[in-house]
Unconditional design. Structure first.
Ligand code: SF4
Length: 247
């Protein structure tokens, strides 16, 4: 965290969240832009929520920053979307990669597809390819903006729109916290926002290629993530539960 941003009191944070609950996401993004400027960044995995959110953020500030974690195992369609996004918004996506030595050591010890051999291995891979790179990427960032929604379930059910993130010592802002998936779909369509073509092939939630499959009608929206594990409450990679555990 930079020295210029003061930590809000619990009362101020509660008042802010109360105000934002009935405000459109654009108002939240204007507050982010006015309060944090270029020390705020959207952290995006380029899911449907993320692309809608960046379109809103870009309309507030055409220089709004966006970063992503390239785990080196993403689907080709996601890389295609990165290219489309850079052309559409004339923005440089700040791309962060895992430490290659850590990846090599992990593969040497556990194999390329270690994630299929138990939850501990999967979490280890997510830690090397996502959690650790995110920690480095957020150094010096005062506020990170995410596309999390409460009705995605798991720990996301209780998120606030503006939260203090103990793990990264900055603010975490979730402007779409009270949106539904249908609202996101409508926004993307109404504003011709570029999106991952895998969404049209039954993938509502997209992560790394080997860990994501299409879902069947009626399945939970995140059922295609780490589907072999079965437990719907465990479908997080650790990016958004580090701070939950600290709360
Ligand atoms: S989603 Fe799969 S490939 Fe990607 S970091 Fe996690 S375990 Fe590794």
């Amino acid at each position: 965290m930079t020295q210029t941003i003061e930590k809000l009191s619990s009362a101020d944070l509660a008042e802010l969240n109360s105000r934002f609950e009935s405000a459109p996401p654009e108002d939240v993004l204007k507050w982010v832009d006015e309060t944090f400027g270029s020390s705020a960044v959207q952290v995006s995995s380029f899911g449907l929520e993320d692309v809608a959110l960046y379109d809103m953020y870009w309309r507030v500030n055409e220089s709004a920053r966006i970063m992503t974690l390239d785990t080196l195992r993403l689907p080709t369609e996601t890389y295609t979307l990165f290219d489309q996004f850079q052309l559409r918004y004339k923005v440089e996506i700040e791309t962060h990669h895992p430490d290659l030595e850590a990846v090599r050591a992990m593969i040497k010890e556990k194999g390329f597809n270690l994630f299929y051999k138990g939850v501990a291995n999967r979490k280890f891979c997510c830690n090397v390819r996502k959690v650790e790179p995110l920690k480095k990427a957020l150094a010096g960032v005062d506020a990170w903006v995410t596309g999390l929604r409460r009705d995605q379930g798991m720990d996301r059910g209780s998120i606030d729109i503006v939260e203090w993130d103990d793990a990264h010592e900055n603010y975490k802002v979730n402007p779409l916290a009270n949106w539904t998936f249908e609202q996101v779909q409508h926004y993307v369509k109404a504003n011709s926002v570029p999106y991952n073509e895998l969404h049209d092939r039954g993938y509502p939630s997209i992560g790394c290629a080997p860990c994501t499959r299409a879902i069947e009608p009626g399945e939970d929206l995140r059922a295609g993530r780490w589907w072999w594990e079965g437990d719907p409450d465990a479908k997080e990679c650790g990016l958004h539960i580090v701070e939950a555990a600290a709360r």
